[in-house]
Design a binder for this molecule. Structure first.
Ligand code: MLT
Length: 238
């Protein structure tokens, strides 16, 4: 049986993977990043490598050597860091609505503006700004509300630490050609945060990578179209 380490995105929690529990014959590990879900906020600044180190300690705690690393968006950035830090522990990789490149100057400025908003008014403005990009317009209202409540569980300290870490993360492009594990890349066709062009670029650069484009899905392709998403994962793990 394979272990899948599901690493959530920003500003989310492991609940964003609740529909992946239907994938059989796998041990699902779904830790919360510091300051998200049920995890205490970090004591100080975090880097993307620090998040990856936490995920590796999660495997240590369970006595697991290797896992399939599955990262959604920021979770994907953390997967690239884990591959740099401990490639021997990554058995396979599932990159979900993510990208390999670092932030550009404008992206970093936007992160810092968002940090100021969180300091001034908590996480609500971030949640409201990101919610429309998470799902397609056609998503059912109760799904939208569920995603809103998942995002609302993020703490201000966790949110600020994650924004700083994402702003400073390195470019993972130089790593792609040397990835030797099987890779599945999944993207919602209507993702505007990490659009299909990002997924296509990664798929072209990673030897043997499979690319799955999911129709009628935006940034949370695993949440909006779980049947299609889970089928792609089952096939990949077979
Ligand atoms: C995420 O979903 O984790 C974030 O949108 C990633 C990002 O802001 O770069």
């Amino acid at each position: 049986m394979k272990t899948i380490l599901w690493i959530h995105g920003f500003p989310l929690s492991p609940d964003v993977f609740e529909k992946q529990l239907a994938i059989e014959n796998a041990l699902h590990l779904m830790p919360s990043l510091p300051g998200f879900g049920d995890s205490a906020p970090p004591d100080g600044p975090m880097s993307i490598d620090d998040y990856a180190a936490r995920m590796l300690s999660e495997l240590d705690r369970k006595g697991i050597d290797k896992a399939v690393f599955a990262g959604l968006s920021m979770g994907g950035y953390i997967c690239f860091a884990a591959l740099r830090l401990a490639p021997e522990r990554v058995e396979r990789l599932i990159l979900i609505d993510t990208r390999e490149t670092a932030d550009d100057d404008q992206g970093r400025q936007n992160r810092h503006a968002t940090i100021e908003k969180v300091r001034a008014g908590g996480t609500a403005p971030v949640v409201e700004a990101m919610l429309p990009k998470m799902l397609t317009r056609g998503a059912p209202e109760e799904m939208r509300e569920r995603v809103r409540s998942i995002m609302a569980s993020a703490s201000p300290a966790g949110t600020i630490a994650a924004l700083e870490a994402m702003a400073l993360r390195p470019d993972a492009s130089p790593q792609l050609a040397s990835i030797r594990v099987p890779v599945l890349i999944v993207v919602g066709e209507e993702d505007t945060i990490t659009p299909p062009a990002d997924a296509g670029r990664m798929a072209a650069a990673i030897p043997g990578a499979r690319l799955e484009r999911i129709p009628s899905a935006a940034h949370l392709s695993n949440y909006e179209q779980p049947q299609r998403f889970n089928a792609a994962v089952r096939e990949f793990l077979r």
